[in-house]
Design a protein around this ligand. Structure first.
Ligand code: SF4
Ligand code: SF4
Length: 375
């Protein structure tokens, strides 16, 4: 085992390979508060990449309702039990990661789902934590609550799938940090399926190999966001590039949200993988539950998110979500206009901070028609 630095844990940790970060790391921010569980992302991915034989059960992108939803069944509950205590001292994780708690002779503390664990991808959908009384009014945090968690592969900095594979069939691309399976090398041992705690790598019984989310790398190579980002109805997703904390730039959208405003947090950082999908936590959920899921920065992140109402920079950047198919690498705000640019400096999007409102009469005298649901 090597010693590597994991900034999400605030300390060094053990990992099978020495630290080797890519030239740049693909990353994303998902705003949970905006997800409506329409599953358009799930279908956009499914029809693009996993419509073949042996892939029927695979959802490289899935959306589950928390606290009761899970795909595969109980994936997160099992990990919570296996970690056996998770202690944070401020922003430093003092518990053991999945690498540090691995049984003797194994590289990762993992488990492999049975085929029936994948059979109920919508289990717990829209189930809230209790009965909603008749006449109850909306308030936060809700007395009863649920939220939607959209999940893809996190293209982790320290992938457990990669370190689990004794055959060396999984690799992290040095140019963008995207994690891929070499289909020619893979022999279907499925140690990766056991090792990935997020259960985002899948065995294909027809090909005898493991398959996973590829971050739509042919699109990313063209400066375009992945299918599940581009098709997101709720505009909850922003793709881009993340720097190490000490190299964070305020004009990089992902850096600004993750490192500078600390409004977006990793999913189960205590696993130790340094995942690269970051979540803006829901504002309607008790902090204790969210802290277990996103680490100790939850209350600060929720407070920062709520401050967007009076913070033009933050509100402006949040307006860029879903505004363009292109990957925005730099952003700025002048007055009420937010601008997103590509790496070469060309402007890909200008978004007004406040959408102009046009009120039209319900009856249009010119065309002699009545408008319905027409703002
Ligand atoms: S498309 Fe967007 S809003 Fe719809 S379920 Fe997926 S992440 Fe949520
Ligand atoms: S989420 Fe799982 S499949 Fe994706 S890189 Fe991390 S360990 Fe590998």
């Amino acid at each position: 085992m090597a010693r590597v630095f994991n900034w999400q844990l605030g300390r060094e940790m053990s990992y099978w390979y020495p630290e080797s970060r890519p030239k740049r790391q693909f990353a994303a921010v998902f705003d949970i508060n905006k997800c409506i569980a329409c599953q358009t992302c799930t279908l956009a991915c499914k029809t693009t990449w996993t419509s073949g034989k042996g892939q029927e059960y695979m959802l490289w992108n899935n959306v589950e309702s928390k606290p009761y939803g899970c795909y595969p069944l109980a994936w997160d509950l099992k990990l919570m039990e296996m970690l056996d205590g998770q202690n944070w001292e401020g922003r430093r994780y003092d518990g053991r990661t999945l690498f540090e708690s691995a049984p003797a002779g194994e590289r990762v503390n993992g488990w492999r789902p049975e085929s029936q664990d994948y059979a109920y991808p919508n289990v717990g959908e829209d189930d809230c934590t209790g009965q909603v009384d008749k006449g109850a009014s909306l308030m936060t945090p809700h007395m009863n609550w649920f939220f939607y968690l959209a999940r893809i592969c996190n293209h982790c900095t320290y992938p457990a799938c990669l370190s689990s594979c004794a055959r060396g069939s999984i690799y992290k691309r040095p140019e963008d940090g995207i994690v891929l399976v070499d289909q020619q090398r893979c022999r279907g041992y499925q140690d990766c399926v056991k090792g990935c705690p997020y259960k985002k790598i899948f065995f294909n019984p027809m090909t005898g190999t493991s398959e996973k989310c590829i971050a739509c790398y042919p699109k990313v190579e063209q400066g375009v966001q992945p299918q599940c980002f581009e098709n997101c109805i709720g505009k909850i997703r922003l793709g881009g590039w993340i720097s190490r904390p000490e190299q964070a730039r305020a004009d990089n959208p992902i850096d600004y949200l993750v490192h500078i405003r600390k409004i977006a947090l990793p999913l189960f950082p205590q696993f130790g993988l340094e995942p690269n999908v970051y979540y803006i936590p829901p504002i309607n959920v008790p902090p204790a539950y969210l802290t277990q899921m996103f680490g100790p920065g939850v209350e600060q992140a929720v407070a920062a998110y709520k401050s967007a109402a009076t913070d033009k920079d933050l509100a402006g950047l949040l307006c860029l979500f879903g505004s363009t198919e292109r990957i925005v690498t730099r952003w700025s705000r002048q007055g009420d206009i937010v601008t997103g640019t590509e790496e070469n400096g060309s402007v890909v999007m200008r978004v007004p901070l406040n959408e102009p409102v046009h009120v039209r009469p319900a009856y249009d005298r010119l065309y002699q028609i009545a408008r319905v649901n027409c703002p």
